[in-house]
Write a protein that binds this ligand. Sequence first.
Ligand SMILES: Nc1ncnc2c1ncn2[C@@H]1O[C@H](COP(=O)(O)OP(=O)(O)OP(=O)(O)O)[C@@H](O)[C@H]1O
Length: 119
Amino acid sequence: MSWISERARAFTCAGNGLLHMIGSESHARIHVLAVGAVIVAGVVTHISRSEWIILVLACGFVIACEAFNTALERLADATHPEDHPLVGQAKDVAAGAVLVSALASVIIGALIFLPYWLN
Ligand SMILES: Nc1ncnc2c1ncn2[C@@H]1O[C@H](COP(=O)(O)OP(=O)(O)OP(=O)(O)O)[C@@H](O)[C@H]1O
């Protein structure tokens, strides 16, 4: 397999993973919709380049946390389908990471947009 087709396959796998996450996880769909709303708000509000950089990092962080959370859930369900307190804790901690990233992003969004909208 050539270098280019190996890279193309890797991108396809990653894209399939994201599509699977969006198709199967309602929270992921909410976060993707929120990212879309943030992009529209950023364009309409004419935020600065450095504010775009911060928003891209915040949005990417939330989607990445959601992806790791989904991956951990799939691994847990595949390797230990029965109920186990440690599996439950692992899933809860991963969900907590998503919550932290989402809350931090909401605060970042408020710090960026509110000064524009309240003036
Ligand atoms: N095998 C298990 N053993 C013990 N508790 C579990 C197990 N699977 C799930 N749970 C509990 O149920 C919760 C929901 O798990 P589930 O796999 O349904 O995730 P989910 O509803 O898709 O969560 P999220 O919204 O974070 O994606 C977990 O956070 C955990 O508390």
